[in-house]
Write a protein that binds this ligand. Structure first.
Ligand SMILES: CC(C)(COP(=O)(O)OP(=O)(O)OC[C@H]1O[C@@H](n2cnc3c(N)ncnc32)[C@H](O)[C@@H]1OP(=O)(O)O)[C@@H](O)C(=O)NCCC(=O)NCCS
Length: 174
């Protein structure tokens, strides 16, 4: 009595591992006038939605099931994106925990008239795999296959540690 109970009981088995390439996506969108302010700069929230969508597709592809956004790390808007440009969102897995996944996203804007491509945003999102009852469920482990995957995995481990520290400090009122 009085103790908080957790209705989510995780399944015992862990699914088979998969590589980041198996779930990576590249999504493109042309910026339309309703996505932008009167000066023609695309709203930050529009870019954020594209980032969240692409990362969500990666997570669902990896688990072949539902997944929700648990957190989005700091996001910098490095350069403006203008109406008429093509936004390309590249997303892939960096790290898989037990039920959580860190997905790295890179956004580029292309001026269709000149062909100039600019890196405009990068972001790291954590998604959690859910079962049909909305409980976290084990995600397939990530197979680290090569130098790039190894570097991204190492950096993601560090970010996860910092994230956990920040959450613990916040909960402790620090
Ligand atoms: C995300 C959510 C399912 C986590 O639930 P929870 O009860 O905290 O689950 P757990 O404590 O069992 O943690 C599950 C995993 O999520 C990770 N996690 C939980 N909160 C997190 C956060 N804020 N940031 C990063 N990871 C987080 C845990 O580290 C754990 O990872 P692991 O299994 O790989 O070790 C829950 O907070 C939720 O439903 N949030 C709302 C999601 C949502 O509506 N998103 C927007 C729309 S998609």
């Amino acid at each position: 009595m009085g103790e908080e109970t957790n209705a989510c009981q995780g399944p015992a088995h862990t699914p088979a591992g998969k590589t980041a390439a198996e779930s990576a996506v590249v999504m493109t969108h042309q910026v339309l006038p309703h996505d932008a302010n009167p000066a023609g700069n695309v709203h930050g929230g529009v870019i954020l939605k594209h980032i969240d969508t692409a990362a969500g597709v990666v997570a669902m592809r990896h688990v072949r099931g539902w997944a929700v956004t648990a957190s989005i790390d700091r996001m910098d808007f490095l350069r403006p994106v203008y109406v008429g440009e093509l936004v390309t969102v590249k997303a892939s897995l960096n790290l898989v925990g037990r039920t959580s996944m860190e997905i790295g996203v890179r956004v580029e804007a292309e001026n269709l008239l000149t062909g100039e491509v600019r890196h405009t945003n990068s972001a790291y999102l954590t998604f959690v795999a859910l079962d049909g009852l909305g409980c976290p469920r084990p995600a397939p482990p990530l197979i680290i296959d090569g130098e790039v995957a190894e570097r991204r995995h190492r950096q993601a481990l560090r970010r996860r540690e910092l994230r956990r520290q920040a959450i613990a400090e916040e909960r402790a009122g620090g």
